[in-house]
Write a protein that binds this ligand. Structure first.
Ligand code: SF4
Length: 327
């Protein structure tokens, strides 16, 4: 056992004060962090329990503001989330199990770490994310679950969260508080590609605490959904997933936002596909052509080439579901 201190914060300022200059971790539901500590992958000097921070879900600037301590079940079951942001409700409900969703907080979900099996094997595998400069055993290993977009020679891990894929499609905004004050970060800028620092998952500064998540309003008539392809029907991470928001006028796409999960080190916003679809007719042919354009940059590994056609088919089917176009 590696010793650490534990303290429960009354509010965000108190949490920052408790963390101070220590190597601290903020504890929400602990559904990932506790596993990482058991495996000695995370070794904080201090655990600051932030489950007492705001868990409120309230109206905010035409959308919603969700406290970071809200649990995943509460968000997925919230009436406004189900009615106005079904992509988010479906994404959350497609992840983990009911028991885990009851424990896991929004803040913790945003910060969960990759499930690369080599990352979780500190005694037997080399991993640049765990130990920078050590090497990556996944590159020449079994990499069926790994990235096809945005990977680097140092790390090919994928981001595990379903919720974050939906949030990327919704242009959600993350509220954070640190020693330098409060700031907001677009969700699409929160997580990093690995480049030469795979040990860093996010753009948060040391000690910064996520306090809330803002969902902006969607354009009039927008529809949204989430589709996840996985090896078994529950409690499995995505091979490929798609979160999509789409608004049409007279059969023409006026707003489309697509994010992919299971393909990159961060939720992958499919900007190439979106640009190819805006102002175009909502047809299956256009959906497929846009998906193919997005996946042209994909670089398959030894075991995961199947993800490229799978992603193309899943994007096409998801947009088809939103428009009634048979996929
Ligand atoms: Fe580590 Fe990334 Fe390689 Fe997995 S893919 S072993 S997380 S460096």
């Amino acid at each position: 056992m590696i010793p650490f201190t534990y303290a429960r914060a009354a509010d965000a300022s108190h949490a920052l004060q408790l963390a101070g200059p220590l190597v601290a971790k903020y504890l929400g539901g602990g559904t990932n962090l506790v596993d990482l500590m058991r495996e000695t992958i995370e070794q904080p000097e201090a655990l600051v329990d932030v489950t007492g921070l705001s868990a409120a879900i309230k109206y905010h600037e035409g959308g919603l503001l969700i406290g970071a301590a809200a649990n995943n079940t509460a968000v997925a079951e919230h009436r406004v989330v189900r009615e106005a942001y079904p992509v988010l409700a479906r994404a959350i409900l497609s992840g983990a199990s009911a028991q885990v969703r009851n424990m896991a907080t929004v803040g913790g979900n945003l910060l969960q770490r990759t499930r690369c099996a080599y990352f979780y094997d500190p005694d037997g595998s080399r991993c640049n994310k765990r130990s920078p400069g050590e090497g990556c055993d996944a590159i020449d290993g079994f990499n069926r679950m790994h990235a096809i977009l945005g990977a680097s020679p140092t790390c090919i891990a994928t981001h595990p969260s379903d919720m974050c894929v939906a949030l990327a499609a919704l242009d959600a905004v993350v509220h954070v508080q640190g020693q330098a004050g409060e700031r907001t970060i677009p969700l699409t800028d929160l997580h990093r590609l690995p480049a030469d620092r795979p040990d860093l998952d996010t753009m948060l500064e040391p000690g910064e605490l996520i306090t809330a998540l803002a969902l902006p309003p969607l354009s009039t008539g927008a529809r949204s959904t989430y589709r996840k392809v996985r090896d078994r029907a529950s409690y499995a991470f995505a091979l490929v997933s798609v979160g999509a928001v789409l608004a049409m006028e007279d059969g023409i796409i006026k707003d489309v936002r697509i994010a992919l999960g299971g393909v990159a080190h961060k939720p992958w916003r499919a900007g190439i596909a979106e640009a190819a679809l805006r102002g175009r007719e909502a047809t299956r042919e256009n959906f497929r052509a846009a998906a193919e354009a997005e996946l042209r940059e994909a670089r398959p590994l030894h075991d995961n080439g199947f993800k490229i056609p799978l992603a193309i088919r899943t994007i096409t089917a998801t947009l088809g579901e939103l428009t009634g176009e048979a996929a």
